[in-house]
Design a protein around this ligand. Sequence first.
Ligand code: FE2
Length: 428
Amino acid sequence: MDLIIRRAVLAHAHPAGYPTVDIGIEAGLITAVEPHLATAAREEVDAEGALVSAPFVDAHFHMDATLSYGLPRVNASGTLLEGIALWGELKPHLTQEALVERALQYCDWAVARGLLAMRSHVDVCDARLLAVEALLEVKRRVAPYLDLQLVAFPQDGVLRSPGAFDNLKRAIAMGVDVVGGIPHFERTMAEGAESVRLLCEFAAEKGLRVDMHCDESDDPLSRHIETLAAQTQRLGMHGRVAGSHLTSMHSMDNYYVSKLIPLMRESGVAAIANPLINITLQGRADTYPKRRGMTRVPELMAAGVSVAFGHDCVMDPWYSFGSGDMLEVAHMGLHVAQMTGTDASRACFDAVTVNAAAILGLEGYGVAPGCAANLVVLDARDPIEAIRLRAARLAVVSRGRVVSRQPAQRAALSLEGRPESVDFKLHR
Ligand code: FE2
């Protein structure tokens, strides 16, 4: 074997109930998950009872804007609208080389965080399609170690922005994977609904997935998710469509939501919340009480809708923070949605791993024989501890190879009569 990870605890218990397992890897695939592998391997990692998971997956990101913090200036108000204006100021100054360099740097951070698959939107409201070319180049360059899926995203509105639909079609022809949209940014509700119809029909004709920025506002009457679900059902795109953000659902009338959520489940539309961004950008016009603005995550999950969390932004015109850490995303999502119960907390771990992988349609994702050998060894004993500590990624395995290592979190103490170190775990 090429690699064995020994004494691993799995996020979802092995069907036979083994407390720890050895994971055998050969030629980029997981070939064995057993209580003890007697064979030797070229390289071994002893997890010593630490959690070993399939890698983190970010279901919603903007790689064309990432790490542009401060270019050409900082977002002083921190609002969504100043962020969009700032992106507009930055766009004419973008160069392909700088964009590729920033994206590659972010992918380095991602790998170190055990984040090995991402869906990134790429703005197509620029006739040069410079960002599309740059991110297609990045996708090729990172392919040996990271799965990057691209969404053709008409940031300024596919109907509102002249030429945007043609640009989007060109981007798809160039190799972009998924059809995006932003119906709430069109000039009227009717045009928003029309944009959903046009884009879904185009995606259905091409056999592509759809992921739209949808109802990213505090407007309880912004209801494009209803149209998106209805079009998904009409066109038979069950399981291939996602609504991103859906923040208006936070403010909607409860009776209306009791009709909407079953429609979403029946049509197989997935929901992608972006906790760090939703909690900072929504509710800005409120005095007190201030709305959280994140979509109804536990209710959607309870109804059987597939829900993932995305990072959305890292050090860009909209958000000055972040470091590619999906455990930070899960931590925020858990708090915002008050998902502090045991099952709910574990569901937040799933929202940045298995659920996101299913929404992206990743093949061979998981920790079982036959799956791709992509794994992260976390300095935690279970998913809840991993979220609490934003646990160190002791080792990251991509395509069967250890690609990143990080030491465990420890602090050395110098206190009379107290332990010499702490690792922030409960030891009883
Ligand atoms: Fe976004």
